[in-house]
Design a binder for this molecule. Structure first.
Ligand code: PMP
Ligand code: GLN
Length: 383
């Protein structure tokens, strides 16, 4: 967690949001929405505080939330979960990821992720003193090469981490990829950690949890979060589900990371998980709309984009505008054009940066007028 000069690292999200705030820029960098989650859900959190939900919650989460998580998995994926043994509430998906890695990965083990990868995977694999191997997702559509995946997972691999739908590329893995991951996990006796925080944010495709495919459930810890599905990123309510053996281990580690998570937010998230199907469909529809607006505008400005099939994010290639180093551009953009974005190269191993150096990630989970104004400003590139 130190940079090469020995200075404590600051995440790229902190850095770019800091620059966006300093220059009063439109923040299409850090992935958070600029509209609040449902009013009736916020009211439940307020009421819970007023009614005394202010002391420690049970370590594994309040029963109402665990029940709601289980019934959500049943409603959307036909998965049957025992709320006592197969569900644990965590302080955001981030804690679930940390607890799962610390529970199962020993020093010297190997962990396979796809690259680019969400930053916390690399940090936690590092803290577990394990080796982080990657399978690259490449243009044009950021799908993995299955032969490379087979060559990377070995008997030394303890865990395969996937993020589907995928941050930062916006790609969604097909069943062929998911089935291959399951087959490899069986062949090499490893655990699958499936980060599905964007499960409801897909455009024109449906989400398939790896745990629903044959042979998937018994080896998979599935993670999600209220942050993305309900626009409450700051509440940090997440969860892990899966077979008892795996969830018991996650819960055991979680006890010593945070012990328990915010009691006032839990009844609110329980209610949110029970919102009707239309809520989820409408939200995905409106995100798909702002995604399309941004993608169309960038393309009209001569900036090619990869159309995402899910998440908050799209990837644009700025090389045609003469920028080979999108990291440098990302640091200049807030001041120069009043827009913030995240360079893709921060989500990859340092030795692989070259392959992603001209790519920028834009978050489109913003109001339509913000997206249009950002696109207008970006059309001035390469000014
Ligand atoms: N996984 C991915 C892929 C993410 O993009 C994020 C960012 N929110 C997280 C995990 C962390 O989620 P949370 O804020 O619930 O900890
Ligand atoms: N998940 C969000 C993103 O990728 C940010 C999370 C964070 O700030 N750590 O932008």
């Amino acid at each position: 967690l130190l940079d090469p000069a020995g200075t404590p690292r600051v995440t790229i999200f902190e850095e770019i949001t800091g620059l966006a705030n300093k220059h009063n820029a439109l923040n299409l960098g850090q992935g958070f929405p600029d509209t609040e989650g449902p009013e009736e859900i916020r009211q439940i959190a307020l009421k819970s505080i007023a009614e005394g939900a202010n002391q420690y919650a049970p370590g594994s989460g309040i029963p109402a939330l665990r029940r709601a998580i289980a019934s959500h998995q049943k409603r959307f994926y036909d998965l049957e979960l025992d709320l006592e043994t197969q569900v644990v509430v965590t302080t955001g998906a981030t804690e679930a990821i940390a607890a799962a890695i610390l529970a199962f990965v020993q020093p010297g083990d190997e962990v396979v992720t796809f690259e680019p990868y969400y930053d916390s995977y690399a940090a936690m694999i590092g803290l577990a003193n394990a080796k982080h191997n990657v399978v690259q997702l490449q243009l044009p559509d950021f799908q993995p090469d299955l032969a490379k995946l087979r060559a990377t997972v070995t008997d030394k691999t303890r865990m395969i981490i996937l993020n589907n739908p995928h941050n930062p590329t916006g790609s969604v893995f097909g069943e062929d990829v998911l089935n291959e991951i399951i087959a490899l996990a069986h062949q090499h006796d490893c655990i699958i950690l499936s980060d599905e925080v964007y499960e409801h944010l897909t455009f024109g495709v449906s989400h398939v949890p790896v745990a629903t495919l044959p042979g998937g459930f018994d080896r998979t810890i599935t993670i999600s979060s209220a942050g993305k599905s309900f626009s409450f990123t700051g509440w940090k309510v997440g969860w892990a589900t899966g077979p008892e053996k795996l969830i018991t281990a996650v819960r055991t580690v979680k006890q010593f990371l945070t012990y328990s998570s915010g009691p006032a937010f839990q009844p609110a998230v329980a209610q949110a998980l029970e919102l009707p199907d239309e809520f989820f469909a409408q939200f995905a529809g409106s995100l798909g709309h702002t995604c399309g607006l941004l993608a169309d505008s960038l393309e009209q400005s001569g900036i090619p984009v990869v159309r995402p099939r899910g998440t908050y994010f799209l990837v644009a290639d700025v090389s045609q505008l003469g920028y080979q180093d999108a990291t440098e551009l990302a640091r200049l953009l807030p001041e120069r054009l009043g827009v913030a974005a995240i360079p893709m190269s921060v989500f990859v191993h340092p030795e692989n940066r070259q392959a992603y150096s001209s790519l920028l990630r834009f978050a489109f989970c913003k109001k339509e007028d913000v997206i249009l104004e950002a696109a207008r400003r970006l059309s001035r590139l390469p000014e």
